[in-house]
Design a protein around this ligand. Structure first.
Ligand code: SF4
Length: 492
């Protein structure tokens, strides 16, 4: 018996717009996608939460449960349409296409408005393509569509009390904006269906792999690149790098030296020689700026789309943990002051209070990518204004330890073109983040949120996660101490 023809949904259509190979694999080689990684899963979970909040704006709405076959969901949705109530995820079929808009709202003259809900903060091109596709399917299925809206997160919203979906979202009429994407849609859908049914397309990697989102098949398509590939070039322009690839240049060390800026030149020469580049004068000048007592500070943060505390905006970075090492005088022993917020109360007042008492009134505050720490402090002080003047005085004492690395006063090939702490630490010292249970800021953020606000976690995880967080954050400032010591050895 021939296999039933699959339907083309909007997410698959969007995959096809990005890359025909991605689309083909989505239908014919699902195993290539592997397991969903925790970071992607967290984005999905956030989208689900945002979608549920948007539905609260339509208390009379009916959720159409998805059946395992689009035909069944379609039949259920056709019945539900007769009720003339807001419908959530009503799935309709038109030809070989299938769409489930987030919200469908009945309006005058027996028509409907389509509302797409997004956890982003603006209208993006892919939202317009997505909604044009939905409108095409719905209109084709016989529905009179009046307007199309995009409901996205309003970053101006400041939580005060329970979350207010009315203020959390901004609703934008995109009826006119989607019109250009409606043109040629039939032809594009036909071509997409033909790709799905054909042989695996041969597609070269290109800027489209990361645009508008990283492709889940990058591990597969990019694996032919050798160790030390051209994409490690520091701030290399994508078009230039893909042009080099077209010329058969795959390794960083094979990039011609003309057409490189000063930093890239240092990098490529360092990779060619296999030796570190050390600008003693530059390092010395940087170290001369440091004043004792020295305070090495690092924050861990969360930035939820839906604010979890009063006086926070969507996606605002909120510190929940800090690690602070204090070195009173040159050669002195570092003293560690850790803090990890105990639970689901706003951690910012306690963090501000503690730091104000620990950071004294003089001496350098050293951070890695200091604008992040400064920004967290400024935003926190905005919510707790008693600290505004202290933070503005403190800001002047910050020095960024990334500077000698971003400025290429020091570069080692093991950094692989990166000035991030995770790459600089093992390149410069014997230490690294390898083997740590929590080994990056994204995981720290997700794990803290999971055991603080989540409902379905094993209670035994709580202490395990908190211990792992303590170790991770402490390493961030210990890493700065080790890097500083290493720079002193090389710079003076
Ligand atoms: S990695 Fe690039 S080439 Fe490969 S499927 Fe994805 S978008 Fe296409």
């Amino acid at each position: 018996m021939p296999k039933p023809q699959p339907f083309l949904s909007k997410s698959k259509y969007l995959n096809g717009v990005k890359c025909s190979k991605l689309l083909w694999c989505d239908f014919n080689k699902r195993e290539a996608f592997g397991e969903t990684d925790p970071a992607t899963q967290a984005i999905f979970d956030q989208g689900t939460l945002v979608g549920e909040l948007a539905r609260k704006l339509y208390p009379e709405g009916i959720l159409i449960g998805r059946e395992n076959m689009p035909e069944l969901t379609h039949a259920k949705s056709i019945e539900a349409l007769k009720l003339r109530k807001p419908l959530f995820e009503a799935g309709l079929i038109y030809g070989r296409t299938y769409a489930l808009p987030d919200i469908l709202v009945p309006v005058e003259n027996n028509a409907w408005d389509i509302i797409e809900v997004k956890s982003g903060t603006d209208v993006e091109e892919q939202h317009l393509i997505d909604t044009a596709f939905q409108k095409y399917v719905y209109s084709g299925a016989g529905l009179k569509v009046r307007h199309c809206y995009l409901m996205h997160i309003n970053t101006e919203y400041l939580r005060k009390g329970p979350v207010e979906p009315k203020k959390l979202f901004t609703k934008v009429d995109i009826t006119e904006k989607i019109k250009p994407y409606r043109q040629g849609l039939e032809k594009s859908i036909e071509e997409t269906l033909a790709i799905m049914a054909g042989q695996e397309p041969k597609v070269k990697i290109g800027p489209h792999c990361g645009d508008p989102y990283p492709c889940p098949l990058e591990g597969l398509c990019w694996e032919f690149l050798p160790k030390g590939d051209i994409f490690q070039l520091y701030r290399g322009r994508k078009e230039r790098l893909f042009a080099l690839l077209d010329q058969g240049i795959l390794k960083l060390t094979d990039i011609p030296l003309d057409d490189l800026n000063d930093k890239q030149l240092i990098q490529v020469k360092s990779h060619r020689s296999g030796k570190a580049h050390i600008d003693k004068e530059g390092i010395g000048d940087f170290l001369d700026e440091l004043k004792y007592p020295l305070y090495l500070l690092d924050f861990e943060t969360i930035n939820p789309a839906v604010p979890v505390y009063d006086l926070t905006h969507p996606y605002e970075w909120i510190p929940f943990q800090f690690s602070l090492h204090v070195i009173e005088k040159e050669g002195g022993k570092p003293v560690h002051h850790p803090y990890l917020a105990p639970g689901d109360v706003d951690p910012r007042p306690e963090i501000l209070r503690l730091l104000k008492s620990l950071l004294g009134s003089s001496g350098t505050v050293l951070a890695w990518n200091m604008h992040f720490e400064i920004n967290c402090l400024k935003k926190s002080a905005k919510a707790y204004p008693d600290y505004i003047s202290w933070v503005s005085r403190l800001e002047k004492r910050f020095i960024d330890l990334i500077v000698p690395f971003r400025g290429f006063s020091y570069y080692h090939p093991a950094q692989e073109g990166s000035a991030s702490l995770k790459y600089v630490l093992p390149a410069l010292t014997d230490s690294s983040y390898k083997g740590m249970e929590i080994a990056d800021g994204g995981t720290a953020s997700r794990e803290y949120a999971r055991v603080t606000f989540g409902e379905n976690f094993d209670p035994k995880d709580l202490q395990k996660v908190r211990t792992a967080l303590e170790k991770y954050c402490q390493l961030d400032t210990q890493a700065m101490i080790d890097i500083l010591a290493s720079l002193r050895n090389r710079g003076i």
